[in-house]
Design a binder for this molecule. Structure first.
Ligand SMILES: COc1ccc([C@H]2[C@H](O)[C@H](O)[C@H](C)N2C)cc1
Length: 452
């Protein structure tokens, strides 16, 4: 291990209350909103199938032309309470919203730029409305902030000249000022989700990325910052040159999940996956036929897979330019609500169990109660699931969360292996079973050692 000045600052999971709450939240809502919602993936009459919030890039729109979209920013149907209510009903425990995406447009009245809502026809302070409405219903709010900024004249992809150096110094001050402004204006914010940090200019400024983290934590003790912000002394990102995680949790899983076979190392740290409902649309795209759109059961499996590996999941919505939520996303939130109303106890405060992964689905252990859940996604034609327990641990009872008064038949399969017989007719939604487990040492049988 070499000594690094701007690498990882501590090892292991933060155990303070703020981080414990992040870890127990497990299920969050990601919101991508900005000027990109106005064209919604279409420019000069052409639909671009790529991510709608990247349309400026796909359609190669000059910044000064893209910036004119500010004159069309008028979300007159925006109702933060409605969004917060839908999110609360769906069972989201936290929410992360774009304050500023790569386009550089600020969804709050910033004193450091005119490219913000204060300079648009509709001057609503979107960040203020959202953090008030979501906090009021008990949902923790986090801010997404893109370091990459296609609008700001001092942004640089790389630092190759004295002029670049001076410009980027001005840009760093702009960012520091905006981040300070966001925490001071919205002190209930719980943490920051940084993005747009892959370019050389940021990788050459690892010290700055640590200073941002330290500044935020001094502004608000307990503040949570993702690994994607950080570069170390040598430009290594997320993990420093000694392979130590930087930031408070790993945020490398974007539209992909760790594998139970190869990646159980993730269970030794806090992490969060983020996912889109279409294959790859974060901002509003008017034509979702351009790619596969995940069904509710697919989204539920993403959520379950993340929690079963000891991580969090942010499910994304991309609101329309008028401030309303598209029907597919409203339906999805309603269906998540219906499933979470019955099965949320297996998700909230859920964690990695470590029993042998089975093809029928996932195990989740409750961090606090030590209850064990089997979440069945792949219906077995044998009409029973195999549960193989570690030495000395056995399954006493099995009750479906749908109706806990029901008991499922358990039969011996072999040493430390039982069958749990599933009800007929087979079910259409992920079926969650609460297992009553006994252990040789009297523990509740939750075998927690993560295979690293
Ligand atoms: C270069 O590939 C990228 C770059 C940025 C992203 C951005 C998306 O716009 C969205 O904000 C996602 C969370 N982020 C990683 C996605 C893919």
């Amino acid at each position: 291990n070499e000594s690094l000045k701007y690498g990882s600052q501590y090892e292991g999971k933060r155990q303070d209350e703020a981080m414990q709450k992040f870890r127990e939240n497990r299920l969050g809502q990601f919101i991508h909103w900005g000027l990109y919602a106005i064209p919604g993936g279409k420019w000069d009459g052409k639909i671009y199938p790529g991510a709608a919030e990247w349309l400026q890039s796909w359609a190669d729109v000059p910044p000064e032309e893209w910036s004119k979209l500010i004159n069309q920013w008028n979300p007159d149907e925006f109702d933060a309470q409605e969004w917060a209510h839908m999110a609360k009903e769906a069972g989201f425990k936290y929410m992360t919203v774009t304050t500023k995406h790569h386009e550089g447009f600020c969804l709050w009245p910033s004193e450091y730029t005119d490219f913000d809502v204060a300079s648009a026809p509709n001057k609503t302070d979107i960040m203020g409305e959202l953090i008030d409405a979501y906090t009021k219903v008990g949902i923790d709010v986090y801010f997404y902030y893109s370091i990459l900024d296609w609008h700001h004249p001092d942004w640089r992809y790389d630092i190759k000249s004295e002029e670049d150096e001076q410009a980027f110094e001005r840009y760093k001050t702009y960012v520091d000022n905006q981040l300070t402004e966001l925490v001071e204006r919205y002190p209930e914010v719980k943490g920051f989700w940084f993005d747009g940090t892959w370019d050389k200019s940021v990788k050459k400024n690892g010290k700055w990325t640590l200073e941002i983290q330290q500044m935020l934590k001094s502004l608000k003790p307990g503040m949570i910052v993702n690994s994607r912000l950080r570069a170390d002394d040598h430009g290594s990102r997320h993990f420093d040159s000694n392979d130590k995680l930087m930031g408070d949790y790993e945020s490398g899983y974007e539209r992909r999940l760790p594998s139970f076979r190869e990646d159980t190392i993730v269970t030794t740290r806090d992490w969060e996956a983020v996912m889109t409902v279409p294959e790859n649309q974060w901002g509003y795209h008017q034509d979702w036929s351009v790619s596969h759109v995940k069904s509710t059961n697919e989204v539920l499996e993403w959520i379950t897979h993340s929690v079963a590996m000891g991580g969090n999941m942010l499910v994304n919505i991309g609101p329309k330019p008028d401030g309303t939520i598209r029907q597919q996303e409203k339906t999805l939130m309603k269906e998540i609500e219906q499933w979470m109303d019955i099965n949320g106890e297996a998700i909230y405060a859920g964690d990695y169990l470590g029993w042998e992964k089975q093809d029928w689905g996932y195990y989740i252990a409750d961090q606090k109660t030590n209850e064990v859940y089997a979440l069945v996604f792949n219906v077995p034609v044998t009409q029973k699931i195999t549960v193989a327990t570690p030495e000395g641990i056995s399954i006493e009872e099995a009750h479906p969360l749908k109706d806990e008064s029901e008991s499922l038949k358990i039969s011996e399969k072999g040493p430390n292996e039982v069958f749990i017989h599933l009800p007929q007719p087979m079910f259409e939604a992920p079926y969650v079973i609460k297992l009553k487990v006994s252990g040789k040492d009297g523990s509740k049988g939750t075998y927690r050692k993560a295979k690293t």
